[in-house]
Design a protein around this ligand. Structure first.
Ligand code: SF4
Length: 689
């Protein structure tokens, strides 16, 4: 027995399935994962959800890529690392020589570590010389970040998960929290039940949190901006605003007041469908609560006006004094485990690490001194612009890691065409993904359990993960691969361990200034900004806001209507989102037999009303057609969706069912986040199979 105990290894890791950032010990014996044991996670205590608990056997999936692959005609052949690296270096060098550095583009991964995102943008900027650099927060939370920058100056959760727990009132807008951020939702459910915390949910679909809410409102699709603005206006009209807070800490009240002038309760009722009484009730709930937290996610951000609505959320919090105090504030819930970190690391076209602008000469000089190379000055392309750039012939090569772009980007037929047009495409992945099918070279990467590094969760909490398993086959941690690519291009990097990369990050990024691996030992964590002395910031704003005068700004935003309103031909609104058991596109969870066994694939959820109108019953085979493509699936009639709305989960891998065959290329106007939630479709009943 003693011997058996000895061969069991316990390793601290951080969950890769959502932005809550649960940490736990994983028990392994050789390559077997025996169990996951949460003990003292700073974000989760002793909780995990089904994904964190059972979602790990994918590391032994036979769909892992375990050796570099090089395309030969329509197939791939195995190659050595040396051959793959020199091929990549040769092709990148040729393309750069022929078309300039901006013909290349780089995409980092929000599933990879901070250190890996850092090296990816360093490769793009200092080795190739381009700012064409992005990550998948472009697909989800960039609009939230924009709304917060405009108003409060930092694009992160303003407090911690514990603040959400403490709040007197929690408002969830366009977030299916129980399924997308389960452990965080558990905290809210507990506070609601035991402490009398109030809960308001605004969403299209009556999911679990909506059912639990004290007040569930179902605004017309894409109209959250209007009810938020009307509530703010009503509060100001009634003199219920936090006058002291506004006078001391907030600028631009008059401009803001003028910008929401048109959103009377009457007008808001007309546009949103929410009654004036309910709008008044929401206002009074906020004003009377001992602290309000607003959580929001893709239902808000994946719209043409995602940034505007995010701004309206922050404006409302400012008007009611819900910043600079515990149990209050703004909480855009991050999807992937390291969405926050990938952006913090500067894997973005316009910022180097810590949101320092590439236009700032002083910033560029600081980086140039450290890296020994000049940084490019022109603004780079984001993911969305890259796809257009490929179609336009300006982008010739893409190096993409850990991102299933061929499933998750909108208007996937257009994205597929772009991939086919590329002269050179490197995909670095744990699995042979759908995106990898288009690659010229596939590099085998190691998943989180096979590497060391750090992740930053939704509450800006930086946590370490440790290697539990050796890399499978010839796969390597992404940071080692990026370093090898950089060195094949002549960079001469020599990082021996991710901690050395973090030392470099700390020296160049003020938000991470005091971060060291020692300070993050084991279950220790730090929330940015981390000062050089190692003190961190659980509550983001305590002594004002990061603007020159220390004051926040009420930002006059505007209502952006729907890009695809319903018409005769496309008469249904398409909504899409997650299922609890699967993670995003499902490329890890679908390879976990424990999970796929319990939960089937996709469905097309329709309202009882629509089912009656069209004669649909459960299991009926139908086709959804949009202006951009079509998918097929089986009907699920439910009381969770209403009227002329249909819901399709996004977690599917099979081409005929991929929801992004339906979505278009229209985006949030400020950030280019695809407006996934703004798609009109029609439904055709198919002969049964
Ligand atoms: Fe992982 Fe999120 Fe579940 Fe926590 S809540 S175990 S981070 S998926």
């Amino acid at each position: 027995h003693a011997m058996r105990e000895e061969s069991i290894k316990r390793t601290k890791t951080v969950c890769t399935y959502c932005g809550v950032g649960c940490s736990f010990e994983v028990w392994t014996k050789d390559r077997h994962i025996l169990k996951v044991e949460p003990t003292h996670g700073p974000a989760n205590g002793v909780s995990t959800c089904i994904k964190g608990k059972f979602g790990w056997d994918y590391v032994n999936s036979d769909r892992r890529v375990t050796t570099p692959l090089i395309r030969e005609g329509n197939t791939f052949r195995e190659a050595s690392w040396d051959e793959a690296l020199s091929y990549i270096a040769r092709r990148m060098t040729e393309i750069k020589a022929a078309h300039g550095p901006d013909a290349l583009a780089f995409i980092a991964s929000s599933k990879c570590t901070n250190e890996e995102s850092w090296l990816m943008q360093k490769l793009a900027r200092s080795v190739i010389g381009t700012n064409n650099m992005d990550n998948c927060s472009r697909y989800c939370q960039s609009p939230a970040t924009m709304g917060l920058w405009r108003t409060v100056g930092y694009g992160g959760d303003s407090g911690s998960i514990s603040d959400i727990e403490q709040a007197g009132l929690v408002i969830g807008i366009g977030t299916n929290t129980a399924e997308s951020h389960p452990v965080l939702a558990t905290r809210v459910k507990r506070s609601h039940k035991l402490r009398g915390q109030r809960l308001i949910v605004a969403d299209l679909r009556e999911h679990e949190m909506a059912q639990r809410a004290d007040l569930f409102v179902r605004p017309n699709p894409g109209t959250d901006f209007v009810w938020l603005s009307a509530v703010a206006r009503f509060i100001l009209d009634e003199g219920l605003e936090d006058k002291e807070f506004l006078a001391r800490w907030v600028n631009d009240l008059d401009e803001f007041r003028a910008s929401i002038e048109e959103y009377t309760l009457e007008r808001a009722e007309e546009i949103t469908g929410i009654s004036q009484d309910v709008l008044r009730q929401i206002a009074h709930e906020i004003v009377n609560a001992d602290g309000t937290c607003i959580m929001w996610a893709m239902g808000v951000t994946q719209q043409c006006g995602g940034s505007e609505t995010s701004t309206a959320i922050s404006n409302l919090l400012l008007v009611t004094g819900n910043y600079m105090r515990p149990g209050a504030g703004s909480y855009p819930l991050r999807g992937h485990n390291n969405v926050q970190g990938a952006s913090d690391m500067g894997a973005m076209p316009n910022f180097v690490g810590g949101y320092q602008s590439i236009n700032d000469e002083g910033v560029r000089a600081k980086f140039a001194a450290k890296w020994g190379t000049e940084l490019p000055t022109n603004k780079g392309l984001d993911n969305h612009e890259m796809v257009h750039g490929i179609h336009a012939g300006t982008i010739k090569a893409v190096y993409l890691k850990g991102e299933e772009m061929g499933l998750v980007d909108s208007n996937i037929n257009y994205v597929d065409q772009a991939f086919e047009m590329l002269e050179f495409f490197v995909v670095q992945e744990v699995f042979f993904s759908r995106t990898a099918e288009f690659a010229d070279v596939v590099l085998p990467a190691s998943p989180s359990l096979e590497k060391d590094g750090t992740f930053t969760n939704t509450e800006r909490r930086i946590q370490r993960l440790y290697r539990a398993l050796e890399p499978l086959g010839q796969s390597k941690p992404d940071w080692e691969i990026i370093q090898a690519v950089a060195n094949a291009l002549g960079a001469g990097w020599n990082y021996q361990h991710p901690s050395e990369i973090m030392d470099e990050i700390a020296s160049l990024v003020p938000l991470y200034a005091g971060v060291t691996y020692e300070r993050l030992e084991g279950f220790k964590s730090l929330q940015w900004p981390v000062l050089p002395d190692g003190s961190d910031t659980p509550l983001l704003f305590t002594e004002g806001f990061p603007f020159p005068d220390g004051k926040a700004r009420l930002y006059p935003a505007q209502f952006i209507g729907r890009f695809e309103p319903l018409d005769e031909e496309y008469d249904l609104h398409l909504n899409n989102g997650r299922m609890l058991e699967h993670f995003h596109e499902g490329n890890m969870t679908y390879k976990s037999p424990g999970i796929t066994h319990k939960v089937p694939g996709m469905f097309i959820e329709v309202s009882e009303e629509l089912a009656r109108e069209r004669g649909l019953e459960n299991g009926r085979f139908v086709r959804l057609v949009s202006r951009h493509g079509a998918i097929k699936g089986r009907v699920l009639v439910s009381g969770r969706v209403f009227g002329k709305q249909v819901y399709v989960p996004m977690n599917t891998q099979e081409a005929p069912h991929m929801v992004n065959r339906l979505t278009g290329s229209h985006t949030d106007l400020s950030t280019h986040t695809p407006a996934y939630k703004d798609t009109a479709v029609r439904l055709e009943v198919l002969p049964d199979m």
